[in-house]
Structure formats: structure tokens, C-alpha cells
Write a protein that binds this ligand. Structure first.
Ligand code: S3P
Length: 177
């Protein structure tokens, strides 16, 4: 395998990739990397500012660069990948070689209740439910394509979802040292 065995969480906005990924990383004694935080750190701008000044296509390139950089780190990490990384076929290739990819899944109705837009999610707009439903329909096949396992986060609390991810990883024999 070219890349080290990272644990990568993928899925729609609001599925809890960051809030679940952080405790999973702590539990495994690994570094936690949020790909959008990396984009914001590298550019000094929020995701919303990048969308507004340069447009979505420019943001998607930065998103892909951040994913590639996170996956290229030699130390196995837990990586929360921005929701849209699966759009680009090159990213899907990278993800398939990344280690263990876990798709956090929940129905758009649940996500619309949980999601917070802020400066990070300019796509949500005035009708988050409609947007989430449309994006989920577009992406479902891609998440499925890259995922080694699916964890249903719609019917779980955050703590239960962390446990479920750790259970998947125990099955995948991801080492904690
Ligand atoms: C996006 C998800 C967001 C952020 C941007 C676009 C998407 O990240 O990258 O607003 O297209 O699904 P999260 O998945 O971390 O919310």
C-alpha cells in the first residue's frame, strides 16, 4: 500500500465527521486531521470566503490538495474528509488506497436538523433539507464506492457513533500504537 493505513471518515455535512473523528483519534492515540481546517489554515480564509471570492471549482481544488496532503502524511492519522471530496474521481482513487474508509451515513432529514452552516458550509443556502437531499442523492454511490464500512449515525448519539466506529476498526484490526 502506497499510503499508510489512515482511518478516513467520509459522508455528508452534519454527519459528525469532526465530532466523531476527534474522540476516535484520541482513543487510538493518533493525530486528528480535518481536511477543511487544513484548507482554512493554508489559505487564511474560511470555506465561505473561498467560495465567494473564487467559486466552488477553486475550492474543490484546494479541498483535493488538502486531502492529498493529509493522506501523504507518513504517520497514520484519523482524517475527517470534507463532504465533497468524493466528487473527484482522483480523490476516490486516493481514498481507496488510504487505509480504512468509514462512511458516516444519515438521512437528509436528520442532517438538516443537526447541521450548522456558519462560515464553513456556504452550499446549504436557504433550504438546507433540499440541498442535503440533492447532494446525498448525487454522492451516495461515491461514498459507497470508497467505503470499507458504513456506520449509521442517524439513529445513534455521538458517543454511540464513536463506539460503532471503534468497533468497525477493531474488526479491521487497526492498531492503536
Ligand atoms: C461541503 C462540505 C463542507 C465544506 C464545504 C462543502 C460539501 O465540509 O467542505 O462547505 O460539498 O459537502 P463538511 O463535510 O466538513 O461539512
Amino acid at each position: 500500500m502506497a499510503d499508510p493505513a489512515h482511518v478516513v471518515l467520509v459522508g455528508m455535512m452534519g454527519t459528525g465527521k469532526t465530532s466523531i473523528g476527534r474522540p476516535v483519534a484520541a482513543h487510538l492515540g493518533r493525530r486528528f486531521v480535518d481536511s477543511d481546517e487544513q484548507v482554512e489554515r493554508r489559505t487564511g480564509r474560511t470555506v465561505k470566503e473561498i467560495f465567494e471570492s473564487e467559486g466552488e471549482a477553486a475550492y474543490r481544488r484546494l479541498e483535493s490538495d488538502a486531502l492529498a496532503a493529509a493522506l501523504a502524511e507518513p504517520e497514520p492519522a484519523v482524517i475527517a474528509a470534507a463532504g465533497g471530496v468524493v466528487i473527484d474521481p482522483a480523490n476516490r482513487d486516493r481514498l481507496r488506497r488510504a487505509g480504512t474508509v468509514i462512511w458516516l451515513d444519515a438521512p437528509p432529514e436528520v442532517l438538516a436538523e443537526r447541521v450548522v452552516d456558519g462560515d464553513h458550509r456556504p452550499l446549504l443556502g436557504d433550504d438546507p433539507l433540499a440541498t442535503l437531499a440533492r447532494l446525498a442523492a448525487e454522492r451516495e454511490g461515491w461514498y459507497r464506492e470508497v467505503a470499507d464500512a458504513v456506520v449509521d449515525v442517524g439513529s445513534r448519539t455521538a458517543d454511540e457513533a464513536v463506539e460503532a466506529v471503534l468497533a468497525v476498526l477493531r474488526g479491521a484490526e487497526v492498531r492503536s500504537t
